[in-house]
Design a protein around this ligand. Structure first.
Ligand SMILES: Cc1cc2nc3c(=O)[nH]c(=O)nc-3n(C[C@H](O)[C@H](O)[C@H](O)COP(=O)(O)O)c2cc1C
Length: 352
């Protein structure tokens, strides 16, 4: 239904408009009982056997929606109705912000990829909390948090703390996003010392709560080997629960799309198929370096069940999709679930 009928119509529209229309359709379908029934009949396949425990949380399946798709926690229920195991909302910032000027979202169809420079457009933590209150207990929800564009890096910690405190009762895990290429200088926070300080501070506050939540760090795929080994050290020293690998890339290597088109599109993070291999490499490296105790969420270029299995075999405990969901449609979740149901249980790679 999606690939034959809806996608050609949506792909004829500007990408951001298509995104908004898809949201409206999903909300409507969920609100009308016959349409909701149809949605479930078509897409829901999530047998109990797919449930797993990661970082102390029971996930109904290993397959979730990556951050950036439902930034403001608007479509958690409809996503649950099509069977996803978890949804990561955000990136949420303390204050609402409009993000970068449009156009800022581009499809690279020959590459089955997307370039975006959204720039953390979101309604801000208060508005998101109001929505989350209605969803408590619905699905496993991750809270991906960041800083406002106008906040200088020296004060970034205050933004992360504010988001942490606001979302604490309403999400199951946290993600510290220091890897988006679309907020100026944000990725400098991935450097060893500022990162250690940020994660130490957050983890200390977290451990003082009556119910601490697992904290994940989301990293870029563009880190050098030295930077990756620094990340490993920081994760071990701060004792956070895990890492999400990876965010979008600033690389434009190996694309079918012409250099002229790429120049016209301009800056932004690339996601989808071209990211698959590098994201898997990063996961494999992290699993070997971090051992079995640290949780890993693999994301980047998952467009088929094989791609999801590749990430899990490389050492991911959970996987997320975004661009694959846009190109392949909601059936992708069901297809991955079917493949997982027919595969022997996947164990994270043993510690070296
Ligand atoms: C339009 C768009 C917006 C995104 N926004 C965010 C975001 O706000 N925070 C974040 O951590 N990642 C964001 N991402 C990155 C995705 O969560 C994911 O890490 C990346 O797209 C790689 O996965 P994919 O190849 O399945 O898309 C965004 C990706 C896209 C395509």
């Amino acid at each position: 239904l999606y690939k034959q009928l809806l996608q050609p119509l949506l792909f004829a529209l500007d990408a951001e408009r298509a995104h908004r229309i898809t949201f409206a359709m999903l909300k409507l379908a969920y609100a009308l009982p016959p349409a909701r029934w149809l949605l479930k009949q078509l897409y829901y396949y999530r047998p109990e056997a797919l449930a797993c425990e990661v970082a102390g949380i029971r996930f109904p399946s290993r397959v979730g929606i990556a951050a950036g798709l439902d930034k403001n926690a608007e479509i958690i229920r409809p996503l649950g109705a099509i069977g996803v195991g978890f949804v990561e909302i955000g990136t949420v910032t303390p204050r609402p912000q409009a993000g970068n000027d449009r156009p800022r979202l581009f499809r690279l169809k020959p590459d089955r990829a997307i370039i975006n420079r959204m720039g953390f457009n979101n309604e801000g933590m208060e508005a998101v909390v109001q929505r989350l209150k209605r969803h408590k207990g619905q699905l496993v929800i991750g809270g991906n948090i960041g800083k406002n564009k106008i906040t200088p890096n020296e004060q970034a910690i205050d933004d992360y703390l504010a988001c942490y405190e606001a979302l604490q009762p309403w999400v199951d895990y946290f993600v510290v996003n220091v890897s988006s290429p679309n907020t100026p200088n944000l990725r400098d926070l991935q450097e060893k010392e500022p990162l250690k300080h940020l994660l130490h501070t957050l983890q200390n506050v977290n451990l003082q709560q009556p119910s601490p939540k697992p904290i994940f760090l989301k990293i870029a795929p563009d880190l050098s080997d030295t930077q990756l080994s620094d990340i490993v050290e920081v994760v071990q020293q701060t004792g956070i629960a895990g890492v999400i690998a990876t965010n979008t890339t600033i690389s434009r290597e190996g694309l079918q799309t012409s250099p002229t088109t790429l120049t016209q599109i301009g800056a932004g993070g690339l996601s989808g198929r071209p990211l698959r291999q590098r994201a898997t490499e990063v996961i494999r490296y992290l699993r070997q370096a971090l051992g079995a105790e640290v949780a890993l969420i693999g994301v980047g270029g998952i467009h088929s069940p094989q791609d999801a299995l590749e990430k899990l075999e490389a050492g991911a405990d959970l996987v997320q999709v975004y661009t694959g969901f846009v190109y392949e449609g909601p059936m992708l979740i069901k297809q991955i679930h079917k493949a997982l149901a027919h595969t022997k249980p996947i164990q994270a790679a043993p510690a070296q």
